[in-house]
Design a protein around this ligand. Structure first.
Ligand SMILES: [Zn+2]
Length: 353
């Protein structure tokens, strides 16, 4: 689905497309071919994964990821090197903790959808992270007439235990840089000179403060930021940001990265220990997605964002950042390939636009 003028790529990455493209893992796949495509989840290109698998490398990793029981491992055709080992099995049945972040919170957002998602969370006692744009100028975010009591609503939610992040400053993409976490190749910050970035971050924070909203958490529009962004954030009293991949918060360059999910479908199918964040753009959500989230809230271990923010952060070095960068690039490539495939299908069916 394409929603109201929003950049397709940003929507697609966020949650939707990737989830439906991959075959379900787990026991159901026993006896079928090893799902090579799953390899894209772990940040290696499908082509690279196929090559590795052909050499017998990586197959064990695939099996560890995709088979949850010894029986399914044993009944599959295994190379000798891939004997099931006790270490690969103990995560069975463990559910990851899931926090929720809602992007693009503005006075003129789609209020029906926002309130519908809010009441879903309320019904399950979950309080999300809200990415509030301090001075929105992105027409794609403007859907309803602006609500005059917007800031009052945000203040009330913060009082009620919801967490607030500053979602950029204007939410306008001015560069084609993906920065350190290139899920998208456009940015409000990455590639912009330090002084300008610092200015936007300071201005945004002051604007939020003028409305009685304090935050030390940053949410980069398009997930794109660079080293100058990190320095400007530190300079302006921010302590963390919602981005990066992993199963626990980690500390890098003096800031805490609270990870987002690489593939939400995989989180549900495979579980595992640790914590992740699902990225929600309520204003583009379909009924099917609302229903999906309802089932997630009912069956999974969904936590309030404040709980994630209290978790201890691991130390991370340049290698971790590099791995995150590669994973983001792989995800970008996968989404792009999926877009092209869809465009091709539409063309074949004689549809336009
Ligand atoms: Zn956004």
């Amino acid at each position: 689905m394409i929603a109201r003028g929003r950049s397709r790529r940003e929507i697609f990455w966020s949650d939707r497309k990737i989830t439906v493209r991959f075959a379900p893992g787990g026991a159901k796949n026993a006896g079928t071919n090893v799902p090579i495509r799953e390899k894209a989840h772990s940040g290696i290109s499908p082509a690279g994964a196929a090559e590795n698998a052909a050499r017998g490398i990586g197959l064990k990793v695939l099996l560890m990821q995709s088979f949850q029981t010894a029986a399914t491992v044993l009944t599959h055709r295994l190379p000798r090197s891939a004997k099931p080992h006790a270490r690969i099995l103990p995560q069975r049945g463990v559910r990851m903790k899931i926090a929720i972040r809602m992007d693009d919170i503005t006075a003129d957002m789609d209020w029906d959808r926002f309130l519908r998602f809010q009441s879903l969370l309320d019904a399950h006692g979950v309080r999300a992270l809200l990415g509030v744009v301090p001075d929105p100028k992105d027409p794609a975010l403007s859907i309803d007439p602006p609500r005059e009591d917007f800031w009052q609503v945000v203040r009330q939610l913060q009082e009620d235990g919801w967490t607030i992040a500053m979602h950029g400053c204007h939410h306008i993409y001015t560069t084609k840089s993906g920065g350190l976490f290139p899920l998208n190749h456009f940015s409000e910050f990455a590639g912009v000179p330090y002084a300008e970035q610092a200015d936007m971050i300071r201005t945004g924070k002051e604007m939020l403060a003028s409305h009685g909203i304090g935050t030390d958490l940053f949410m980069a529009p398009g997930h794109s930021f660079d080293r100058n962004t990190l320095a400007a954030l530190r300079e302006n009293g921010f302590t963390g940001l919602t981005d990066g991949f992993g199963t626990a918060p980690y500390r890098y360059c003096g800031l805490v990265f609270y990870p987002i999910s690489f593939d939400r479908g995989s989180v549900i199918r495979k579980g595992g220990s640790g914590v992740t964040t699902f990225v929600v753009h309520a204003d583009t959500m379909t009924d099917a997605e609302f229903a999906w989230y309802e089932s997630v809230l009912e069956k999974q271990d969904v936590i309030s964002y404040a709980e994630l923010k209290e978790m201890p952060a691991e130390r991370a070095g340049a290698a971790r950042m590099w791995q995150n960068r590669m994973m983001a690039a792989a995800k970008h490539a996968a989404v792009r390939a999926s877009e092209l495939a869809h465009a091709g299908r539409r063309k074949k069916q004689g549809q336009t636009g």
